[in-house]
Design a protein. Structure first.
Length: 379
């Protein structure tokens, strides 16, 4: 059995995570669930460092009579370390698009609860950590259980990142690498009693904070490019995409929801939101990545489809929306639209194309009112 190295790694780990925790507490005002999970892991590492430092102080100071305090300090340190690993997993779980409710979090905490229960039973714990004749903690015959515990959550992290790989995108490889690095540090600590695992955990937490910053940037970018209610791209995205269509023939349609104000007045604004969401979802189904919320109840489709195919798909879209009922709303949602075709060159202006489509939309509404008919495709 190899004696432990006292505080060469634990103190730097505690100081690093404490600084990181203070920085996040001061500068991150709107703390999302993933941020809070990471901060909880950092706080657990800080508690671990304090408990370890107190334990070492008691033993180095020659207070061997304080045996119970030594055991308690090391017990709390071990629990804090286990809690930190759990919150690292919870951090990655909250980075996914899946909602993490209390039941799911409790189910994921089963390995943590089992490990803590194991540590609380003295005969079992004494096989993990053993105090030598010099009052030094050494690895016991069952110290591999700590590595197994860490391995369980590392595997859960990798599985979570794999299932939700679309959420992690180009950060997936970094997540897997950090997880394996953390697992390797736990094995080295088990094999050589270096106490390096907590310091590596602190370094990983710093890397995780970087991942969180990148995830926050992606979220802000998504907010700037997408309309939250409909899930469609917004006006800014429309301008960006139009600039990428130089030298292309495009079809553009502007549409609005018929009698949209009636939905708000009759059924309330919640019903109005449902109508916008229904329209957005149907537009994504027919024109994924090519549909935009222009403002209010106005939407735009801009595509490189040939005019005949575009006209047919627009009519299919209109009929599909009209056929979909909404819970608690007796009226069906109907759209009116106007089309325009253009070749995009240096002289093309998006506003001119939209205005041309808008004139066709106005013409359609005028003709339909005159004939008092519902299904009248615009040619």
């Amino acid at each position: 059995m190899v004696p432990e190295i006292l505080l060469e790694y634990d103190v730097p780990a505690g100081m690093l995570t404490l600084l990181l925790l203070i920085f996040q507490e001061i500068y991150i005002k709107d703390k999302r669930p993933s941020t809070r999970a990471l901060m909880h892991a950092e706080a657990a590492v800080c508690v671990y460092a304090v408990c370890r430092a107190y334990s070492v102080f008691l033993r180095v100071d020659g207070r061997v009579d304080e045996y119970r305090l030594v055991v308690l300090a090391n017990l709390l340190a071990s629990i804090a370390q286990a809690v930190a690993v759990f919150f690292v997993f919870l951090f990655f779980l909250r980075l996914t698009s899946r909602q993490v409710d209390k039941k799911l979090a409790l189910a994921c905490a089963i390995p943590l609860l089992a490990f803590v229960a194991f540590l609380l039973v003295p005969p079992l714990r004494d096989h993990v950590y053993v105090i030598s004749s010099r009052s030094e903690y050494v690895s016991g015959p069952w110290s591999w259980i700590g590595v197994l515990y860490a391995a369980v959550y590392v595997v859960m992290i990798i599985v979570t990142a794999t299932i939700h790989q679309d959420d992690f995108q180009n950060r997936y490889a970094a997540v897997v690498a950090l997880g394996l690095f953390l697992l390797l540090a736990n094995y080295i600590d088990y094999r050589f009693a270096t106490r390096i695992d907590t310091f590596v955990l602190a370094l990983c937490l710093t890397a995780f904070a970087t991942i969180l910053d990148a995830e926050s940037y992606d979220m802000l970018r998504k907010i700037s490019l997408y309309d939250e209610l409909s899930g469609l791209k917004n006006r800014y995205s429309l301008l960006r995409d139009f600039d990428k269509l130089q030298g292309e023939d495009i079809c553009l349609a502007i549409m609005d929801i018929d009698y949209f104000k009636r939905f708000n007045d009759t059924y309330g604004h919640v019903a109005g939101d449902k109508v916008i969401q229904l329209t957005g979802a149907t537009l994504r189904r027919f024109f994924d990545g090519q549909s935009y919320r222009y403002g209010g109840d106005e939407f735009i489709v801009m595509t490189k489809l040939a005019p005949p195919a575009f006209s047919k798909r627009m009519e299919d879209l209109r009929l599909a929306i009209a056929a979909q009922p909404l819970d608690g709303i007796a009226d069906h949602v109907t759209l009116s639209y106007g089309k325009a075709y253009a070749y995009v060159d240096d002289g093309a202006r998006l506003t001119r194309i939209i205005n041309a489509a808008d004139e066709n939309l106005y013409h359609w509404k005028k003709v339909r009112k005159a004939r008092a008919k519902y299904q009248l495709p615009l040619e």
